[in-house]
Design a protein around this ligand. Structure first.
Ligand SMILES: Nc1ncnc2c1ncn2[C@@H]1O[C@H](COP(=O)(O)OP(=O)(O)OP(=O)(O)O)[C@@H](O)[C@H]1O
Ligand SMILES: [K+]
Length: 302
C-alpha cells in the first residue's frame, strides 16, 4: 500500500549530557544525567505525521550500527514504513552530541554521517513511493542535491534553509516553510515581528515560491501565497511552554498530515490546526518524546 506522506530526510541520534556548566577546551567535567533521544528533522516530521494517523514512509540512511538498528526499531514502533531506510557500513548513524548546562544553554556537535550518503540511487529505488505520495516533505539535513532531486520527482511540497540555496528549491516546492532564523539566512532580513515575516514572504514569492509559511514560535505563523498575496497571521494558542525543541518539525509533520488527508481544508485552517498540534509539543520536553498522538488531541482537530 502506498504511503500518503513520504519524508525524504535525516535521522540523528541525540546524545544528551546534562551538566552544571559547559566544559572549557581541554577540560573534563562531570555531568549528572545522560540520555539518548531520536531526532533529525526528517524523522521528527515523519513521526509527528504518523502519530496523527498518516500512512508514512521515511526515505533515509542510517549506519549499520547499534544506533542505526535502534532507530529502525523506533520508526517501526511509530508505524512508519522502513522499506526505504538504508543501512550502510560506510558511515556511522548521524549523531548530535549535546551538552546542556543548568541555565539551559547548550553546545552541540552534529556529525551527519550516514545522512550524507543517501543518494540518487536510493531515490530511484523509492521512486514509486515518492511519485505516488500525496505529500513529499524535504528538509536540508541531507545532501541538498538529493533533497532537490526528491522534490523534482514529486514536485509536491517542501520545507527546506541554507544561504545560497539553489533557486530551484523555491520553484519546485509547493509550500516553502521556514522559521525566523532560517528566514534571515535565506533573505538577509532579520525577523523580529510579523511585518518582517511579511517582507520575507514577499521576497520568497518573488523568488518563485507559490506559498510561504514563516513560523513565529509562540506567535504562530505568517502565510502568504502567490494566489493571495496579502499576508495572513495565523496565531497559536496561549500555552505554558516548557521546551520548544522540535516544535517546528511537529508543525511541519502535522501540516503534511492535513495536506494529505484533508486536502479540501483552506490552508489557513490547516495551519491553525498544525499550530495546535505543535503547541502541544512545547508543553513536554524533548523532541519526538513530546509529539502528541491523535488519541490525546482534541477530536475537533480531525
Ligand atoms: N511558545 C509557544 N506557544 C505555542 N505554540 C508554539 C510555541 N512555540 C512554538 N509553537 C508552535 O510551534 C511552531 C513552530 O515553532 P518555531 O517557530 O519556534 O519553530 P522552530 O524555530 O523551527 O522550532 P525548533 O527549532 O525549536 O524546533 C509555531 O508556529 C507554533 O505553532
Ligand atoms: K518539545
Amino acid at each position: 500500500m502506498a504511503a500518503e506522506v513520504v519524508v525524504v530526510g535525516s535521522c540523528m541520534t541525540d546524545l544528551v549530557s546534562l551538566t552544571t556548566r559547559l566544559p572549557r577546551a581541554g577540560e573534563t567535567i562531570l555531568g549528572h544525567k545522560f540520555f539518548i533521544g531520536f531526532g533529525g528533522k526528517g524523522a521528527n516530521q515523519c513521526v509527528q505525521s504518523a502519530r496523527l494517523g498518516a500512512k508514512t514512509s521515511l526515505i533515509c540512511k542510517v549506519g549499520k550500527d547499534s544506533f542505526g538498528n535502534d532507530y529502525v526499531e523506533n520508526l517501526k514502533k511509530n508505524g512508519i514504513s522502513t522499506a526505504f531506510v538504508g543501512q550502510t557500513t560506510d558511515a556511522a548513524t548521524g549523531t548530535a552530541s549535546i551538552i546542556v548546562n543548568s541555565e539551559g544553554q547548550n553546545v552541540i556537535v552534529i556529525v551527519p554521517g550516514a545522512n550524507l550518503l543517501l543518494n540518487f540511487e536510493d531515490l530511484k529505488r523509492a521512486s514509486d513511493v515518492i511519485c505516488n505520495a500525496k505529500v513529499v516533505v524535504c528538509q536540508l539535513e541531507i545532501t541538498p542535491a538529493v533533497s532537490l532531486e526528491a522534490l523534482k520527482m514529486a514536485h509536491a511540497s517542501g520545507a527546506p534553509a541554507l544561504a545560497d540555496l539553489d533557486p530551484q528549491f523555491y520553484t519546485y516546492s509547493d509550500i516553502f516553510c521556514c522559521n525566523e532564523t532560517e528566514a534571515e539566512i535565506l533573505t538577509g532580513i532579520p525577523v523580529g515581528n510579523l511585518e518582517d515575516a511579511e517582507k520575507v514572504g514577499r521576497m520568497l514569492l518573488q523568488r518563485g515560491c507559490k506559498l510561504v509559511i514563516v513560523t513565529l514560535g509562540a506567535e504562530g505563523c505568517m502565510m502568504i501565497s502567490a494566489e493571495e498575496p496579502i499576508p495572513k497571521h495565523v496565531p497559536a494558542g496561549k500555552v505554558r511552554a516548557v521546551d520548544t525543541t522540535g516544535a517546528g518539525d511537529s508543525f511541519m509533520g502535522a501540516l503534511a498530515f492535513y495536506l494529505a488527508y484533508y486536502p479540501k481544508l483552506p490552508m489557513e485552517e490547516m495551519i491553525r490546526k498544525s499550530n495546535c498540534v505543535a503547541s502541544v509539543s512545547v508543553q513536554a520536553s524533548g523532541t519526538q518524546s513530546s509529539y502528541p498522538y491523535r488519541k490525546d488531541l482534541p477530536q475537533d482537530l480531525f
